[in-house]
Design a protein around this ligand. Sequence first.
Ligand code: ATP
Length: 135
Amino acid sequence: TEETLVLVKPDGVARGLTGEILARIEAKGYALVDLRLVEPDRDRLAAHYAEHEGKPFYEPLLEFMMSGPSVAIRLAGNRVIEGFRSLAGTTDPTSAAPGTIRGDLGRDWGLAVQQNLVHGSDSPESAARELSIWF
Ligand code: ATP
């Protein structure tokens, strides 16, 4: 089995979509190992998003992620890293496939950062690193 970090980002929490997102995760059969509401400070977010430092959306991304609480989830299952990213859909909610979290529920607000409801680790190395940041 494998573990990944999932975040329900501030837009998902603020829009009341945490339950809907958790329902999709549970219906798929993944196991909730740990779950917490987190209001991350800049240091935690800078660690999480280190690979994006210097990109045009970096500052707006950190501001957005500090705009309210996120729900951090330690999720387990066979191939859960790939599986959750498949459930989430692609980054841009407008082009994300219907049937995915972002495709069904994500909105393009026309802002400098994509408020796309969720985050999921993209590799075993990222998952280990990110889980240590949020838990
Ligand atoms: P995915 O790779 O599927 O998007 P992710 O959430 O890990 O998942 P990253 O590429 O790591 O995406 O980018 C982190 C976050 O930064 C995105 O989820 C989104 O909120 C924001 N972001 C990424 N690229 C852009 C972009 N070109 N314009 C605006 N915001 C972006």
